[in-house]
Design a protein around this ligand. Structure first.
Ligand SMILES: Nc1ncnc2c1ncn2[C@@H]1O[C@H](COP(=O)(O)OP(=O)(O)OP(=O)(O)O)[C@@H](O)[C@H]1O
Ligand SMILES: O=P(O)(O)OC[C@H]1O[C@H](OP(=O)(O)OP(=O)(O)O)[C@H](O)[C@@H]1O
Ligand SMILES: [Mg+2]
Length: 279
């Protein structure tokens, strides 16, 4: 059985569980369960703190896991990214009271509070800056007001926590993070199936199926407007001057593409949802 680590709590847990469910796996029913088996799909799930998942996977105790890229890098574990999962996006930034600091070099010798000392320490070292890292478990934004640090380095999503704490972002982007599937490097049987299933969920969420009829004379123009994932499927119609076209397009482009195709002369333009996919 493939042993999979899944976040038990925190920002990533609900979406990770939902994604695995959409991929056909049976997860835990009780949020207090630490472990469940899904023998029909040949997998076992272990519910762990997302911060610890890289440690379990990197040591080989578990085969694969879902965690944040920031947590993976902070852990210094041997585990490696297998696929990005399209949720849990955040950026990792420095912040301080307005006017305090403007460049990375300004951090030389100052106190920086963070819950990610591995990630921040590596970043500073790579840029030749030596700061005093103050390790906190969370609510890092309060550290400056309470006098234990001069600046912070933390996860930023909407930026509203920083604003409420009177802090402003400065300096370079430390990291663009998102939820990722990580592995121990040993390709265990079943990993490929898991990756294809998760990618199928992403495709079903991000793409729609577009069907339209178009005069043969305008086919090239139409397929240029919607080139699709690989290549559009073109089928003959009873009227030899027309063809039917089927193509996958990003959901976010849907209305623009429909407008463009209509202008080109396409008609009977239909959009349908994709429920599942293996590409
Ligand atoms: N506000 C947020 N928006 C998006 N992603 C976030 C946010 N906060 C944390 N993350 C991501 O979630 C992961 C951290 O999850 P984790 O469960 O450890 O922390 P948490 O969600 O802050 O929960 P807690 O602080 O209660 O332990 C990181 O990968 C981080 O980038
Ligand atoms: O940019 P925002 O949308 O405001 O989100 C960012 C905040 O969310 C997370 O905190 P969380 O709520 O997990 O609390 P924590 O600091 O105790 O981990 C993160 O650590 C930031 O503080
Ligand atoms: Mg947090």
């Amino acid at each position: 059985m493939l042993r999979i680590a899944v976040p038990n709590k925190g920002s990533l847990s609900d979406t990770a569980a939902q994604m695995l469910w959409e991929a056909g796996y049976t997860g835990r029913r009780d949020p207090r369960d630490l472990h469940t088996a899904d023998p029909r799909n040949g997998v076992e799930f272990f519910y762990l703190r997302p911060r610890d998942i890289a440690t379990y996977v990197g040591s080989g105790a578990l085969d694969v896991g879902i965690t944040g890229r920031d947590l993976l890098l902070d852990s210094g574990s041997e585990a490696a990214e297998i696929a990005s999962l399209g949720f849990g996006d955040s950026t990792f930034r420095f912040a301080a009271p307005a006017g305090g600091f403007s460049t990375l070099e300004d951090l030389e010798g100052v106190r920086v509070a963070t819950s990610y000392p591995g990630l921040v320490g590596d970043f500073l070292a790579r840029h030749g800056v030596t700061a005093k890292l103050v390790k906190l478990d969370g609510a890092v934004e309060s550290a400056v007001r309470l006098g234990v640090a001069d600046a912070v380095a933390d996860v930023v999503s909407t930026g509203s926590t920083l604003r409420k704490a009177g802090l402003e972002i400065f300096g370079p982007v430390i990291l663009q993070s998102e939820a990722v599937l990580i592995g121990s490097g040993i390709d265990k049987p079943g990993t490929g199936t898991l990756v294809r299933r998760l990618q199928g969920v992403l495709v079903a969420r991000q793409y729609v199926l577009l069907d339209y009829d178009v005069p043969v004379a305008h086919l090239e123009q139409a397929t240029a407007a919607a080139p699709g994932f690989e290549s559009p499927t073109v089928s003959p119609l009873h009227d030899p001057d027309w063809v039917a076209v089927r193509v996958m397009i990003p959901r976010t482009d849907m209305n623009h593409v429909m407008d463009a195709l209509y202008e080109i002369g396409a008609r009977a333009i239909l959009v349908s949802a994709i429920h599942a996919a293996r590409l």
